[in-house]
Design a protein around this ligand. Sequence first.
Ligand code: C2E
Ligand code: CA
Ligand code: CA
Ligand code: CA
Length: 278
Amino acid sequence: AARSGDDGVRAYAPSMGQIFLRRFQLVTQFRNALDTGQVETHYQPKVALPGREVVGAEALVRWSHPEYGRLAPDEFIPVVEATGLVDALTSFVLERALEKVRDWLSRGLHLAVAVNLSVRNLADESFPERVAEGLERHGVPAGLLTFELTESSVMADPDRSLPVLRRLRALGVVLAIDDFGTGYSSLAYLRQLPVDEVKIDKSFVLGMGTDLSDMAVVRSIVELGHSLELSVVAEGVEDDASRDQLVRMGCDTAQGYLFSRPLSEDRFETWLWARTTR
Ligand code: C2E
Ligand code: CA
Ligand code: CA
Ligand code: CA
């Protein structure tokens, strides 16, 4: 059974046997998918509050599978993450993202791009060097690249991940804790992590209009982030009321369907153009 997800991405409810078969297929097919253009990066804008200035975009991967159609990242990323293929995925997305920033810069647009990292990237001591090489090759200032990582991916093996994070940060790359408020949410750790930004998990932002405890969580994260001198980003901003509330709380940056869904490269360009020339 297939239903349409809210992103126009199909989600399935298959049997266990089908799940195993499909996972196996996805792993064996992913390398080829990367090489044959089935995998693309889409971009979702990030907007500086309280205004509407676009300050960057998050790169989000999409797989158009020849048999299964558009696959949701939540279906194939975990499978890919369980294998060494996630290195190839991160390199692919990073390469595209840096090309994009270069492209924007050459047209006078100073926009940052955010790339999601996996636990495996954080355990890879050669990763920071490859990032430095990519920035250099594309002539992109490190400050225009953000990496988003979850607390649980950092805490999986802090002895390995912390040195990698410190080296990335030393390059001048911006580090953000994604999905903040879920998982460990260890406030004590946050203080010690070498990060610049916290990104409030969308579940709290989506709930803030109807649920007072979600509202309280969002407010506390904004306050906590600011007290640690971190920039605070809210994702999952779907309506004006949430945006206005975030502005009142002093949240720095917003991302969500209110501004735009993640768009293909071409459609993002069109969106951006309409927005910056208006
Ligand atoms: P994430 O990093 O938390 O990305 C945010 C997700 O929220 C995206 O889902 C985005 O489409 C969705 N979203 C954005 N605004 C709204 C909104 O206003 N309302 C709602 N309901 N949802 C919104 P997406 O694109 O399906 O990605 C899912 C997850 O897959 C991402 O969660 C991230 O963990 C992972 N992912 C995506 N691309 C990559 C990648 O290149 N590398 C890695 N390692 N993971 C990726
Ligand atoms: Ca993210
Ligand atoms: Ca997130
Ligand atoms: Ca997530």
